[in-house]
Every structure is written in C-alpha cells, then in structure tokens.
Design a protein around this ligand. Sequence first.
Ligand code: UD1
Ligand code: CA
Length: 454
Amino acid sequence: MNILILAAGKGTRMKSGKPKVLHPVGGLPMVQRVVNTANTLQAAHLVLVIGHGAEALKHQFQSQAVHFALQAEQLGTGHAVQCAFQAMGDHPVTLVLYGDVPLIQAQSLQPLVDAASIGQLGLMTLHMGNPTGYGRILRDPTGQVLGIVEEKDATPQQRAINEVNTGILACPTHRLRQWIARLKNNNAQGEYYLTDIVAMAHADDVPIQAVQPQYAWEVTGVNSRAQQAELERTWQLHQADLLMAQGVQLADPARLDVRGQLECAPDVSIDVGCIFEGHVQLGEGVSVGPYCVLSNVSVAAGTRIEAYSHLSDAQVGANAVIGPYARLRPGAKLGDEVHIGNFVEVKNATIANQSKANHLAYIGDATIGQRVNVGAGTITCNYDGANKHRTIIEDDVFIGSDTQLVAPVTVKRGATLGAGTTLTKDAPEAALTVSRAKQVTSEGWKRPVKTPKK
Ligand code: UD1
Ligand code: CA
C-alpha cells in the first residue's frame, strides 16, 4: 500500500527555525511517530511530501525506507497528493496521513485500509463539540456521505454540522489519480482541496465509509507550542493508563513522562517526576524513586532505584540498590545485589554480584568481581590524557577509602588496599597493599603565634 505523509507546511505558529513536524511528542519527532506507525501496516511504501525544511526532513529519514516528493509551493492538500504520485509505488491502495498529526494508531487506520481494498473510499471523521476550523462532513438524509465543505466555504447551516474531516483517508489508487487530476482551485482559499475527491466519489457511485478513531487525540494536529504541550500531556496520561492497567503502581499518573517505550513486569512501582527515554525494561517488583531519569536501561527483578538517580545505556541485575543520587553511564553492567550509593558514577564497567560502592566514587573502564567493597572516594584513573585504560579488580577485594587506581592496573583476588593508596602496580592476591607517606609526630612542636602589631 502507498502511504503518503503530508509534511510540506511551514508551521509558522511554532515560531521555530526547525520544521514543525520535527518537533517532538512523546520523545520522538512528530513525523517520525507517523512513519513508525505507517511501518507497522503491511506492505507500506512510504512517501513523505516535503516543502518547507525539506533538507532537515531528508536528514531525519536518510537511513530509513522513505521516499520523498517535493512540493515546492503549497497549493493545497490535493496538490500535495498530486506531487506524491511520481514517488508512489504500484499499489492498489493509498492511505493519506499528516506529519503534524503524530498519535494516529494503526488499529484505527485498519478499517479505512480495509474499505479502500474493496474499492471504497475510507474517510476518518470525528464528532466534535466545537468543530471550528475543520472541514464539515455533508450527509444526505439517509446518512450517506455526499462530500466535505471547508469552513471557509461553508454556509452558516453547514458550519453547524459537528462531524468533521480529520483529513486522514484511504482510497483505491487508480481512483485517487483520476479524481486528483480533476481538482479545481475555485474556492475561498484558492487551493486544490484533497477533500473535493469525496464529492467525486459520491458522483462516481463509489461507496464512502466514514470511520472514527478509537481516541479523539489520535487525530489531533499540532500547530503551536501550546498544542504540542497539550497533546504531550494527553499522550503521557494515556501511557500512564496503559501502565496501570498492566499492574504498575504510579504515585501520580500526571507526573510521569515516557519518551519512548517502557516495559514493566508486574508490581513495578514508580514515584513522581520520573522520565523514561528510549527503551526501558523494568523487572518484577522494581521500584523507581522520585525524580529519576532512565534512558535505554534494563533493570532486573526486585531492584530499587532510589531518588534522583540518572541511568543511561546501562544494565542492572536483580535485587540491587542504586542511589539515591547515583549515575550509571553507558556500558555500566551491574550484577545481582550490587549496591551503588550516592554520588557514585559508573561508566563502561562491569560490577559482579554482591559488590558495593556506596559513596562518592568514580568507576570507569573497569571490571570488578564479586563481593568487592569499594571505599568512599575511590577513583579509577582511566585516562592518561590520550588513551583510556582498564582497571581489573578481582573477587573479594577490599578497597580502602580515597584510593586511586592508576590504570592499567589489576587488584588480585582477596587483596586489601589501605586507605589513601595510589596504586600504580598490580596488587597481589590476599595481601595488604598500601602506598602512603609514613605518619610522623613532632613532640614539642609549637604552633606559630601572631606577631603583635607595633
Ligand atoms: C485540512 C482539511 C480539512 C480538515 C483539516 C483537519 C483540506 C482542504 N482540508 O484543512 O477538511 O478538517 O485538514 O486538520 O484538506 N499540506 C501540505 N501541502 C499543502 C497544504 C497542506 O503538505 O499544500 C499539509 C500541511 O503541512 C498540514 C496538512 O497538509 O500538515 C493539512 O494542511 P492545512 O492547510 O493545515 O489543512 P486545513 O486547512 O487545516
Ligand atoms: Ca489550509
């Protein structure tokens, strides 16, 4: 099937240097959401109609299976569809979507596609309390759809109709080509209206199926920052509803932001103000404290993430305790029952089961074994100004506070490092290694006293 996504408009009201359709909703550029949904429909041949900000849009989709059609001048939605014809594939059905209507769901589109595949015109409409600004659906007394009238061309009686055109439609491709070729722009806006094909379908005795989306917000478009923010909140509440329905406990569904995909096992609990980005997986019984940010993270069952922790591109095992105020950076891989406490930063490091770093440490480019205790203030000196080097800490090591491990260096199994050690050579197995200036006491030493002013 051909799927046309109209995205040539400027989006003047966003007051932005960036094309409107690249502004995000739910953590993804609006038009990317539409493309992702389109890709879930079978045999999708995607054509993006671009005009304003064409370069930025080509860049966004450079490595994706999307065809482009340039609409240099925006002469109306019908003209936009016409511009897409050369880039379209040889498919019997064409579906029209919009880059600034980001939350349309595949499930709601299916009945339209089904109608078009049996030769009908599928039209997505919606009943609205306040239909101002939309095209109105004209029906005959038996309820048959006759056509669409744009608000600017409508009579007062027609304006009283509250069934509106969402713009989304699916059509047999050969019909679409015929009808678009016949469009005229003799209307209030001097535009080629895609909506005029509905009256043509009626005249050609093509049955018109009007279908409604499951949720009204699926067909809500974004024209301003205020509408973007409003749709964002609507989407987030919907995500929260879905999570709660799956058995997730949310302290406040209005204070959750899922900017990607959050997968939760049963009995996950999430406190207020948390942000989930990319793909996040939380195992059974995981609890996430207030104001945490988790981005592309997997957390196994029973783990607690305490307040104000920031985790990105990391894996955490089962029954671990992370935070408060912990930071897991890309490549952090923690085993089961690991404890990472306040102001501990872990980057590109593996920490095996039951090891602990409870306070103020930097663990970067390291491999840490099981049951290791990393004292407060410990730092892996992983960078020599040019290259990164690895620190290896084997099982059952105890690292005293304020230790610097100058990589590359290895601490062998069962070793103890005394507090304050600067380790530059490997520490042998099971022994105490300490590098520290000898402590001296000067008996009879007197503190200097202030010389009195004359
Ligand atoms: C259109 C419909 C109207 C419907 C409304 C729903 C027509 C004639 N009218 O009106 O019935 O109720 O959408 O929101 O179709 N675009 C292009 N090229 C163009 C013109 C538009 O790519 O030449 C794109 C815009 O970027 C936008 C979308 O198509 O994403 C809709 O265009 P817009 O001018 O906003 O349509 P409306 O006048 O709102
Ligand atoms: Ca218009």
